[in-house]
Write a new protein. Structure first.
Length: 443
């Protein structure tokens, strides 16, 4: 007799069974796959704050040198242009003094699309943090745009990236109304030069991609999985640093997979697959020596859950290499954040982890460290050094090794397992940090 897929009531029963176990404060039950073959899996938390994990100090001056000294000044110029463009946009609809009205009224006045209203809230927070209640003059704005372009050049971003930033900052009202998409500006004319400029062809990304590539090469891996490989900016650096390797290039988007098939056609050892960090990641694959995820894991609805799932893809002692932005820059709130708004027809709620309800996309450096430790990784290394000039960019390379200890509680005690029908006994149980989930969607 075919087994029915578990219902919400079934999942609630599993959750309550887990939460009755000693040492489990909270549980979240997930379904892996769908239909009658769906398997139950669970995340549990003991609710205790995590001890601060030890983090290896990066080798001194590994990433910073004379060249990176310009980073803080250039970023300040870029941030200034962004915040002035935001102020200009907001003041076109808000002439009576910025802070007299709430974010929702400003969003209404801007006719912001519902999915982008969180960005308007970010903008108002940015203006408040920069103490900018007055609109910039035309000259001030023009000067800031020129400074932005000079900074862009100094950091080595291609001219297309300059055009992209300028167009985005001048198009904020149309972007926030969803009259144009950020993708149409980033991939103007179907080219990837601006996107590659953002993730590869600039001083900051070159340093970070090189550090990530060195971390991958240090493992002399036979098998690498790259998640969210996109335009292949980090892939380029890694492929240049490793020898013969079996490299599984994955992304959620068929567009990037097709482009990569063409771009890396000359290179042997590459394979391609669709992989979504918000879906079950059970790949029919041998474990990997290295998993690389550059500028993608912030797309995970629950970072801890995704890190725990990635751990299962790694061979014992395998290495996870992440590149992540850990600071919400104003320029990002006026450009790339438009890519992070939910789709208009999205069914899923937003983030379900520490970012929940906070109008932000990125986890902080400390939050990533804690999530990695909680998800069963050890020997964490974070670069660049916090006191060097490159740190101003807010982007970090995290390297972590799969720990031996499976991050699971003692296996479900037999009496608890016996209390559940066999098809509801969780196939896997991951321990993560405090579960911050949207309870309205919880069974
Ligand atoms: C900011 S780009 C980074 C691209 C590339 N890793 C790099 O740094 O050059 C983010 C990439 O993540 C992919 N992505 C977005 N959501 C994802 C998801 N849920 N699962 C897997 N990949 C995702 C996007 O398609 C895109 O290629």
């Amino acid at each position: 007799m075919p087994v029915e897929p578990p219902s919400r009531d079934d999942l609630r029963l599993v959750r309550r069974t887990l939460e009755a176990l000693p040492g489990v404060a909270e549980a979240e039950v997930l379904l892996i796959g769908d239909g009658p073959g769906a398997a139950v899996s669970a995340l549990v938390s003991d609710g205790r704050p995590l001890p601060e994990p030890s983090v290896a100090a990066p080798p001194s001056a590994r990433l910073d040198d004379g060249e990176t000294r310009v980073v803080p000044g250039c970023l300040a110029a870029m941030e200034r242009a962004a915040v002035l463009a935001i102020a200009h946009t907001v003041h076109t609809v808000q002439t009576t003094g910025l802070f007299r009205h709430g974010a929702e009224e400003v969003a209404d006045a801007l006719r912001a699309a519902p999915r982008h209203r969180w960005i308007v809230r970010r903008w108002l927070a940015a203006l408040a943090s920069e103490n900018l209640p007055a609109p910039p003059s035309r000259q001030e704005l023009a000067r800031a745009m020129r400074d932005l372009d000079a900074a862009r050049q100094e950091l080595g971003y291609p001219a297309e990236m300059g055009r992209f930033f300028q167009t985005a900052l001048r198009s904020l009202p149309r972007l926030v109304r969803d009259e144009i998409s950020l993708q149409s500006l980033l991939f103007a004319g179907g080219g990837m030069t601006a996107a590659r400029g953002n993730y590869r062809d600039n001083l900051i990304s070159r340093r970070l991609n090189r550090a990530a590539a060195e971390a991958v090469a240090a493992r002399a891996p036979a098998r690498v999985l790259e998640i969210g490989a996109g335009v292949g900016a980090t892939t380029d650096a890694v492929l240049a640093a490793v020898g013969e390797v079996d490299y599984l290039f994955t992304d959620v988007s068929a567009f990037f997979l097709d482009a990569a098939r063409e771009r890396f056609a000359h290179r042997t050892g590459l394979r391609y697959a669709h992989l979504d960090v918000n879906a079950p990641m059970a790949l029919d694959e041998q474990p990997f020596d290295v998993v690389l995820a550059a500028n993608v894991l912030h797309n995970a609805r629950h970072a801890g859950r995704t890190l725990a799932a990635i751990r299962e893809l790694l061979a014992p002692g395998g290495t996870l290499v992440l590149i992540e932005s850990c600071v919400e820059h104003h320029l990002v709130s006026a450009s790339m954040h438009f890519l992070m708004s939910p789709r208009a027809d999205a069914l899923l709620p937003g983030f379900a982890d520490v970012r929940q309800g906070q109008d932000r996309v990125f986890l902080t450096r400390t939050e990533w460290i804690l999530q990695l430790a909680a998800a069963g990784y050890r020997d964490l290394r974070v670069e660049p050094a916090p006191d060097g000039p490159l740190a101003a960019a807010g982007q970090h390379v995290f390297t972590a090794v799969r720990g031996e200890r499976h991050p699971a509680p003692a296996p479900l005690p037999p009496e608890a397992a016996e209390a559940l029908p066999p098809h509801l006994v969780p196939r896997e149980i991951h321990t993560v940090d405090a579960l911050i989930t949207d309870r309205s969607h919880r069974p």
